[in-house]
Design a protein around this ligand. Structure first.
Ligand SMILES: Cc1cc2nc3c(=O)[nH]c(=O)nc-3n(C[C@H](O)[C@H](O)[C@H](O)COP(=O)(O)O)c2cc1C
Length: 167
């Protein structure tokens, strides 16, 4: 197995975190990984917010019904999309940047879990809490920290997903 495939296959969503700080240099590398994602016409319709404040993380965990774990992850990466920069592809481009952040985090020994936000009823509340300008969207919340669990996951079989030449 080559290195990229190994990284991609061994990344798991982590929902339990150790009480251990994340080194600033590691977060910087994850942000660089996001920065270098591909995007339609290289428009880069994204901005990134990093939240470490314990009280703010606790509030986020109370607002998001499926992201209780952000109260315990020392860092929360918040990918923001700008629909004005690319109305058609702002979400998919920023999703790629988010995945690149997550893969780099995994390569550095960090766990992450993405919790979706964009288009949900809680997005406005999260924007208000984090002071996100009106013209931007919150794609999601990405908990980041040292894993305190080793979950396993399965995937659908390739045979059931792949078609060659014609469907
Ligand atoms: C767009 C998106 C939204 C997600 N939202 C949540 C969420 O709200 N809460 C959660 O616990 N996990 C969330 N996840 C994580 C998925 O549940 C997880 O990726 C999936 O179960 C596969 O597991 P794995 O990431 O360990 O391979 C989300 C993932 C994506 C890509």
């Amino acid at each position: 197995m080559n290195d990229a495939l190994n990284l991609l296959k061994t990344r798991r969503s982590i929902r339990k975190y150790k009480d251990q700080q994340v080194e600033e240099e590691k977060i910087q590398k994850c942000l660089e990984a996001a920065q270098w994602a591909p995007s339609a016409s290289n428009k880069q319709p994204w901005e990134f917010l990093i939240v470490t404040d314990e009280q703010v993380r606790k509030k986020l965990s109370e607002i998001h019904p499926y992201a209780r774990f952000v109260a315990k992850s020392p860092v929360v990466f918040v990918p923001l999309t700008n629909p004005e920069v690319h109305p058609k592809y702002h979400k998919s481009d920023t999703a790629l940047a988010t995945l690149q952040y997550m893969i780099e985090a995994h390569s550095l020994g960090l766990g992450t879990c993405w919790a979706g936000v964009i288009g949900s009823s809680i997005e406005t509340e999260i924007k208000e809490l984090l002071g996100v300008p009106e013209n931007l969207n919150v794609l999601g919340l990405v908990a980041t920290g040292y894993a305190d669990e080793e979950p396993t996951k399965t995937r659908k079989e390739l045979d059931d997903l792949v078609h060659y030449e014609k469907y």
